[in-house]
Design a protein. Structure first.
Length: 208
């Protein structure tokens, strides 16, 4: 069984508003990401939320996911990863760690990562484009205790550096595995790829 941990606890300070609730086609950014994860072969899906829990919960209403609250949303990404890992049920063989602000994510990519994880016997699978590693990444449950207790300050990059022989880089033809939306320019860039149109920017005064 492969489980997914979707990271959705960030404060979105650089965006000027809650980026996960920005519109994306007929959904929100987080809604699109979660819907693609749910369309994949992944089993249980856990979404780590922070201070904007109510907004994210509303955006995901009706989705068969488990919300996990990060009580310290100002911590780094590793803190949210750990919250998700602690919530996993018994029997997870692997964990897909997904960025909540990567709306170009496709379920086909997730399925490819899972197939590679199962077929090649590597404990960590990460997509890459032109030599650069991206997201999401899939790691074996054998590393859970290690991630829960190590790599403060460097995050999951530390895990990959510590176990280079266990890492399989899955080459991806498109650059979308490298793209997330941290600032307004990122959001406009990704929307332009999707629709060919530029959308209104966030109103910074409406930041939660």
């Amino acid at each position: 069984m492969i489980c997914a941990v979707v990271l959705a606890a960030g404060q979105s300070r650089r965006m000027g508003c809650q980026k996960l609730l920005l519109p994306w086609e007929a959904q929100t950014v987080i809604g699109r990401v979660v819907s693609e994860v749910l369309r994949s072969v992944v089993s249980d899906v856990f979404v780590v939320v922070g201070s904007d829990q109510s907004g994210v919960a509303e955006a995901l209403a009706g989705c068969p996911v488990t919300l996990v609250t990060n009580p310290v949303p100002d911590c780094d990404m590793l803190g949210s990863v750990r919250c998700g890992l602690r919530a996993l049920p018994e029997g997870c063989e692997g964990v897909l760690v997904v960025l909540g602000d990567q709306p170009m994510l496709q379920s086909d990519l997730i399925d490819d990562l899972v197939r590679a994880f199962q077929a090649f016997g590597r404990a960590i699978v990460v997509p890459s484009h032109e030599g650069r590693r991206g997201h999401p990444l899939l790691l074996s449950a054998q590393f859970l205790d290690e991630v829960l207790t190590q790599y403060d300050g460097i995050g999951l990059c530390g895990l990959l550096q510590a176990h280079p022989d266990d890492v399989l880089e899955l080459g991806i033809a498109t650059s979308e595995v490298l793209a997330d939306v941290d600032v307004p320019e990122d959001y406009q860039r990704e929307l332009a790829k999707l629709t060919g149109q530029v959308q209104p920017r966030c109103d910074s005064d409406s930041s939660p």
